[in-house]
Design a protein around this ligand. Structure first.
Ligand SMILES: Cc1cc2nc3c(=O)[nH]c(=O)nc-3n(C[C@H](O)[C@H](O)[C@H](O)COP(=O)(O)OP(=O)(O)OC[C@H]3O[C@@H](n4cnc5c(N)ncnc54)[C@H](O)[C@@H]3O)c2cc1C
Length: 491
């Protein structure tokens, strides 16, 4: 099959560039020939992000969308000039980190110019006294973490996608790492930022620990998903590499018991770096060989940091688990997690069996956590074609949790796999809102959730739309996302 023959899923409302050859020459003037790509194979490579249904589409001869150009700027001046050109011609511009987003954030649904940030890949400075690192935002996550580890530090931000995601993508999608319960999520880790606004102005937010200088404009841009600005530089908090780690696991009779144990640990102001609750189905999937976890709900913990502090954290964690029906399962389940924590083979093996799979993460208070879990499970399992629906909880706060659902299934009757996929997503969003939760914890909005933003925000969405209109009057920056409404609602 020729690349040009692939069916394009998001092809409506595509912006047409009138004189493409002239536009290309204008881009070359700004960036140089070597930094402007328009070959069919290059455009194909940037036609998608890591949204899982994209794997099914490729096997069926479909791609999500098609950009007109891919550019690789080397400095901020080039980005400013691209934005000025795009504004003159009203051509979409889509910032692109490493395309590991799973909600369609970097998909060029209206065509236009992909700005790949990979040449913004330097560490600018480590400041040991302030415990910060300043980096360019195209920097790959694992390259940054390895650089920090070699110098005796960690950023504490280790998303499962660390090998395939960038600092800019983390900030834009408001990411959370596996060690987030101790080190915080990206908004806790980012201290300062440089952002280029849609019309080319630069905002430079100083890396100062706290400022009582009016509303927190800097935080406002975290989670903007490339729709309000392009982040070029960030100063992140770092920590000395942990001196000691304690690996702990306990199995509990029910999901409710496991939630209660973790709630009580955090209430003691104890923050294990990693906490993961697997519901019964996920416990069976990951820990089948652990006898004490048979027909139970597994929790794994990693406490890390200063040796003496870790000892105290371990003691309190164990006491609370044992006083709340927990059965000790030893270190092996945690070692197993360390060995497999970056493995996602099912994402590429399922489409060959015509299975449509995905994950959906949401947030909820402790009060509503168990009710939401059951409500979402009941609603989604009732959808015809769903063969698997499980959950784990992997991000914790003294006041609530981030919960993560995984589904798999097949379309029924006249449905396409995309109809089925949207039905599961929409049903989950609706059940989460009904249960008092929030529709996203750390993967962002992109396309998949944009049609639920009005329910999530209420009047707040009108305010967000007004801000978008002021900052980006020509709607060039990542159109169709966050504020878009491309999907069918259905549910
Ligand atoms: C297997 C797997 C595991 C994952 N695990 C996690 C996890 O543990 N935690 C987590 O939070 N997420 C996880 N994700 C999701 C994904 O990795 C994150 O959303 C990540 O932050 C995206 O980074 P990226 O550089 O790949 O961004 P992209 O996918 O390239 O872009 C994401 C969005 O950010 C915008 N963007 C990118 N760079 C910039 C910039 N410099 N300025 C402005 N906007 C920009 C894009 O326009 C787009 O809207 C996972 C994904 C996969 C496939």
């Amino acid at each position: 099959m020729k690349l040009e023959e692939f069916e394009i899923i998001y092809n409506q409302d595509r912006v047409i560039i009138k004189d493409k050859e002239k536009f290309k020459n204008d881009l070359i003037k700004i960036l140089g020939k070597e930094n402007v790509l328009s070959d069919e194979l290059d455009l194909f490579a940037y036609s998608k992000d890591s949204t899982l249904i994209g794997h099914n589409w490729i096997l069926e001869g479909k791609i999500a969308a098609r950009p007109d150009f891919v550019v690789l700027p080397e400095n901020e001046e080039q980005i400013i000039n691209i934005l000025k050109l795009a504004n003159q011609e009203k051509i979409p511009v889509i910032p692109y980190g490493e395309g590991s987003g799973v909600v369609g954030g970097a998909i060029p649904v209206r065509g236009g110019i992909i700005i790949d940030m990979k040449k913004f890949n330097s560490v600018i400075e480590i400041n040991d006294k302030d415990l910060t690192v300043t980096v360019e935002t195209g920097m790959n996550g694992m390259n940054l973490e390895r650089y920090l580890n070699a110098k005796g530090y960690t950023s504490g931000h280790i998303p499962q996608s660390i090998y395939t995601s960038s600092v800019g993508g983390w900030i834009a999608h408001k990411a959370a790492g596996q060690f987030s319960t101790k080190y915080g999520k990206i908004e806790d880790i980012v201290l300062g930022m440089k952002i280029i606004l849609p019309q080319g102005d630069i905002l430079n937010f100083k890396p100062i620990v706290r400022k009582a200088t009016g509303p927190q404009l800097d935080k406002f841009f975290i989670g903007n998903e490339g729709t309000l600005g392009i982040v070029t530089e960030a100063t992140l908090r770092i920590w000395p590499f942990p001196e000691q780690r304690a690996l702990i696991s306990y199995a509990f009779p029910t999901f409710e018991d496991s939630l209660e144990a973790v709630r009580l640990i955090l209430r003691e102001h104890i923050f294990p770096a990693v906490v993961r609750i697997y519901d019964k189905d996920e416990t069976k999937r990951h820990f089948l060989d652990v006898e004490n976890a048979n027909d139970k709900v597994m929790i794994i913990f990693v406490c890390e940091g200063n040796k003496e502090v870790v000892q105290v954290e371990e003691k309190i964690t164990r006491n609370v688990c044992e006083n709340n029906l927990g059965v000790n399962c030893g270190e092996e389940p945690v070692e197993h997690w360390f060995e497999t924590r970056f493995r996602v083979t099912e994402t590429s093996s399922s489409p060959q069996y015509s299975l449509t799979i995905d994950t959906i993460e949401v947030a909820v208070s402790w009060n509503n956590a168990a009710t939401m879990y059951h409500n979402v499970l009941d609603k989604v399992k009732a959808i015809k074609g769903v063969v698997l629906f499980t959950a784990h909880v992997s991000h914790f706060y003294p006041n609530g949790v981030g919960m993560y659902f995984s589904f798999g299934g097949v379309e029924m009757g006249e449905e396409t796999n995309f109809d089925f996929y949207q039905k599961v997503w929409n049903t989950t969003m609706k059940a989460v809102l009904e249960s008092g939760g929030s529709i996203a914890h750390h993967h962002g909005i992109g396309i998949n959730r944009s049609n639920w933003m009005d329910e999530e925000w209420g009047k707040g969405m009108d305010v967000l739309r007004k801000i978008k209109q002021i900052l980006d009057p020509n709607n060039i920056l990542n159109p169709g996302k966050l504020f878009g409404n491309i999907w069918k609602r259905g549910a």
